[in-house]
Design a protein around this ligand. Structure first.
Ligand code: ADP
Ligand code: MG
Ligand code: ZN
Length: 637
């Protein structure tokens, strides 16, 4: 976050240097132009040249046939009478003013013309000059930057450097923000504060000064703040917390003062402080005595917030994804005492967001946004906006009229898995990958509780992915976190299907490391089943609990205290579970070997098999378990 602030700073400095170097470069350019020009002129003492005086004399005598004058180069080419046509002309160095010569040439009716080689010469000269000027300029820039860095900061110290943005009208409305209804409802009130403060002050209600928006990146916090300003029709001041934090103590604080001063002049208005955790960290918590500058900035912010009356029409909205690190003083009444959670949207929310972002796009009626929402668990508003944009780009590239399900599908894969690379040539490696992926895909299809297959492909993707088999997410389960034991077991079995298939076909010795990701997932899931969900012989004990802090973006697990002996038991249970699932996977592959081979051949030929085609082929060999989800989605696409 800090680097962001520095970057903007750098930009400013760079522009300053650019003008400086521009002037420098220009003055340097002149020098070599003159220097480079002279040597050619200096050597005039060879046989093919005349002096200026000799030329005038020869002109008077009528011995000159033709003269080409090049005044910029200060040289004349002289063709004498009786000269053989193929001999070189004589060169004569000219003076600054050649009136005498020209008059003489005219008098004697000598054929002469003025040419200018300056242009082409100059261009070449410029190129040559640039070749050594560029590195020089770069070097200078480097020096200048070094030496002025400190001093320019010192000079600007305390000066007003408006680093906040002001938008008189954001143009964003609440209807542009979707999928976070609760947050919107809570903030609806803030709009009223800004629009009709009397309503609240009349009954003696104190208007809150600050609202803290808490949520992961991309969920629409900035958008929401803009929408509040837009709905209330007030100016929007914004600054990022990281921009307060400067190298010199006091700059951040003066910036806070500036910001509030400007805001007061424009009240009613809204101040938005993004990444407030950059300034608002717990004071004195840093290693080595904390950060003086940050503390001063924070103190200034607190002072300003305390300083203005509740009804002067300024509302401060701050955003963070790390509420846990904020200084307690920020959260006291009269400051950011209201906290609004802006979490990643659920399926319904995603659908609403997709609707918002599809308003300005041409989408084929065959696309079901509902299916898209279902297929994108964990996507934030920003991800979804990106998804539709990516799909639109693909559509344009394919010269289609409107976005079809194919583009949506490709865009999802692109965002979740990676860019497609060229297919592998037919090789042993390709067959191995095909067997691995078919192993997953077949198990996903045959296991009763496994989510249905969406597609399986062996088109490689960036990031070292040789292929993948993809299921249609059972979104209800993922959203609620209520996994059934049967689902978990089948999921583990399916995840081991790749390795099982490799070893059944090629033998244990040929198994590749390609399954390492699968194994990690299997271990994680199996461990959770044992230690968190109470789904093993160890019974109903929650040995570990999942940290509910979703914003850390990590699967923090709090280990409760348990004995060494218990740890061994857990490991044993995890291993037993994994081994039994693996054996089941191997059995299914073995019993369906003919089917596996046929699917692999088809996959190598087609490179991708869609879920429906896959299921049709499998149904020729064996009974398919019923999966309503597959039917539902297939019907919609
Ligand atoms: P944050 O500030 O939480 O990181 P932003 O507000 O900057 O997220 O969101 C980035 C973009 O993603 C927005 O400009 C908007 O296009 C889209 N977006 C994010 N959340 C939503 C939402 N809830 N509704 C509609 N669009 C959203
Ligand atoms: Mg933001
Ligand atoms: Zn795998």
């Amino acid at each position: 976050m800090k680097s962001f602030g520095k970057k903007t700073l750098m930009k400013q400095r760079l522009t300053k240097h650019a003008t400086l170097t521009g002037a420098l470069a220009a003055s340097l350019l002149m020098l070599p132009g003159i220097l480079g020009g002279t040597p050619a002129l200096a050597q005039k003492a060879d046989r093919d040249s005349l002096t200026y005086g000799e030329l005038i004399k020869k002109t008077e005598k009528g011995e000159v046939k033709k003269v080409e004058l090049d005044e910029t180069e200060q040289v004349a080419k002289v063709y004498l009478d009786g000269q053989k046509p193929d001999t070189q002309p004589l060169r004569v160095s000219l003076l600054e003013q050649n009136t005498e010569l020209i008059n003489k040439l005219k008098e004697n009716k000598v054929d002469f013309e003025e040419v200018s080689s300056a242009n082409s010469r100059a261009a070449v000269g410029l190129l040559i000059n640039l070749m050594w000027i560029l590195p020089l300029a770069a070097l200078m820039l480097l020096f200048l930057r070094r030496s002025t860095n400190a001093s320019s900061q010192a000079m600007n110290f305390g000066k007003t450097r408006a680093r906040f943005q002001m938008e008189a009208k954001t143009g964003v409305k609440f209807e542009d923000v979707a999928g976070i209804e609760e947050a919107k409802e809570e903030l609806q009130e803030v709009v009223t504060f800004l629009k009709q403060p009397e309503k609240f002050t009349a009954v003696g209600a104190r208007i809150p000064k600050g609202v803290l928006l808490v949520g992961p990146p991309g969920t629409g916090k900035t958008l929401l703040a803009k929408a509040i300003a837009g709905e209330a029709g007030v100016p929007f001041f914004s600054i990022s917390g990281s921009e307060f934090v400067e190298m010199f103590v006091g700059v951040g604080a003066s910036r806070v003062r500036d910001l509030f001063k400007k805001a007061k002049e424009n009240a009613p208005c809204l101040i938005f402080i993004d990444e407030i955790d950059a300034v608002g960290r717990q004071r004195g918590a840093g290693i080595g005595g904390g950060n003086d500058e940050r503390e001063q900035t924070l103190n200034q912010l607190l002072t300003e917030m305390d300083g203005f009356e509740g009804n002067n029409g300024i509302i401060i909205i701050a955003a963070t994804n790390r509420p846990d690190v904020l200084d307690a003083a920020l959260l006291r009444p009269g400051r950011f005492d209201r906290q609004v959670i802006v979490d990643a949207p659920d399926r319904k929310g995603r659908l609403e967001i997709l609707k918002v972002h599809s308003r300005n796009k041409k989408i084929d009626p065959s696309v079901s946004l509902e299916v898209v929402a279902r297929r994108t668990p964990g996507f934030t508003g920003a991800d979804l906006a990106n998804l539709l944009n990516e799909a639109a780009i693909l559509t344009a590239r394919r010269r289609k009229e409107a976005i079809t399900p194919i583009e949506i599908d490709d865009a999802i894969d692109r965002l979740t898995i990676g860019l497609t690379l060229n297919p592998l040539l037919d090789s042993k490696k390709k067959r191995l990958i095909a067997y691995h992926e078919i192993g997953h895909a077949l198990l996903a299809t045959l296991l009763e509780n496994s989510d249905p297959l969406n597609k399986v492909t062996i088109i490689p993707r960036s990031g070292g992915i040789g292929g993948f088999s993809q299921q249609i997410f059972n979104e209800d389960m993922i959203d609620s976190g209520l996994y059934t034991r049967a689902w978990l077991k089948d999921h583990i079995t399916m995840a081991l299907g790749g390795k099982a298939s490799e070893s059944e076909v090629f033998g244990e010795a040929e198994v590749t490391g390609g399954a390492s990701g699968d194994l990690k997932m299997v271990t994680d899931l199996a461990r959770k089943m044992v230690t968190m969900y109470g789904m093993s012989e160890l019974g109903l004990v929650a040995l570990e609990t999942q940290n509910s802090d979703v914003f850390l973006g990590r699967d923090w697990v709090n280990r409760s205290e348990y004995s060494e002996e218990m740890a061994t038991k857990i490991d044993h249970q995890v291993r037993t579970l994994a081994v039994s699932c693996y054996q089941e996977a191997c059995r299914i592959i073995r019993e369906n070997r003919a089917l596996v081979d046929r699917l692999v051949d088809l996959l190598i030929e087609q490179e991708t098999i869609e879920g429906e085609q896959f299921r049709k082929i499998v149904a020729e060999y064996t009974q398919l378990p019923e999966k309503p989800l597959a039917v539902e989605i297939a019907g919609k696409r």
